[in-house]
Write a protein of this length. Structure first.
Length: 150
């Protein structure tokens, strides 16, 4: 496809294709390592060293609310939490609040170490300047369409 033909392509289509491909790739890489993206997100949102604002436990509905901007429609946080409970990475109290354990925190840190390799595969052949330009263009399109960057 020529540059002129590419210039006429709808950005919404290509951003959707990119989103689906990047999520599928990331999740397949994580699955090969023995965990799911939602499991990692649960650990992140329960860890006082990452996203939990106050180091307190959270219920599944509270976690769903906290992850509403990035959770996928098919993600079942209850089922994912059960896997983490079985692994001993989280516990559940009588009020149904989930808490990260020491083993879960160690797992979160270990899982987080895989992110740079996954990112490197995705960014292969793309220099930082091109990547930054792409993000700036996307941010401008979002603003032009009346969207928010937050």
């Amino acid at each position: 496809m020529s540059d002129a033909e590419l210039a006429d392509q709808p950005a919404a289509y290509w951003t959707g294709v990119a989103y689906e491909a990047l999520i599928a790739f990331t999740r397949s890489q994580q699955a090969e390592l023995g965990f799911t993206q939602p499991q990692f997100w649960l650990l992140r949102n329960l860890s006082e060293n990452d996203l939990s604002p106050d180091g307190r436990g959270r219920t599944v509905p509270e976690l769903q609310q906290a992850m509403r901007s990035y959770i996928r429609p098919g993600d079942d946080l209850r089922a994912e939490a059960e896997v983490l409970l079985e692994r001993g990475w989280i516990t559940r109290d009588p009020d149904e609040r989930l808490w990260i354990t020491e083993a879960g925190e160690a797992a979160r840190v270990g899982l987080k170490h895989h992110a740079p390799a996954i990112r490197a595969r995705i960014h292969q052949g793309i220099d930082d300047a091109d990547y930054v330009t792409t993000l700036k263009v996307l941010q401008r399109m979002i603003r032009n369409a009346g969207g928010s960057l937050s």
